[in-house]
Design a protein around this ligand. Structure first.
Ligand SMILES: [Zn+2]
Length: 56
């Protein structure tokens, strides 16, 4: 079974509802944080966010 990671918000570090398998890579994924009530476009590799851009 694949290990999974709960991705945390890049701003407040609260866990988001996004849970990914550790092999997953994301590009320009819309990550929404319920605490900040903001969405971020993230790039992700090896369970680490490599780039963040705030969506409009
Ligand atoms: Zn947040």
């Amino acid at each position: 079974m694949q290990k999974t990671t709960n991705i945390c918000c890049p701003q407040c570090s609260e866990p988001t509802k996004l849970i990914i398998e550790n092999s997953v890579k994301l590009y320009q994924y819309p990550l929404y944080c319920t605490k900040c009530q903001k969405s971020f476009l993230i790039d992700l590799c090896d369970c680490k966010i490599t780039a963040i851009s705030h969506s409009k």
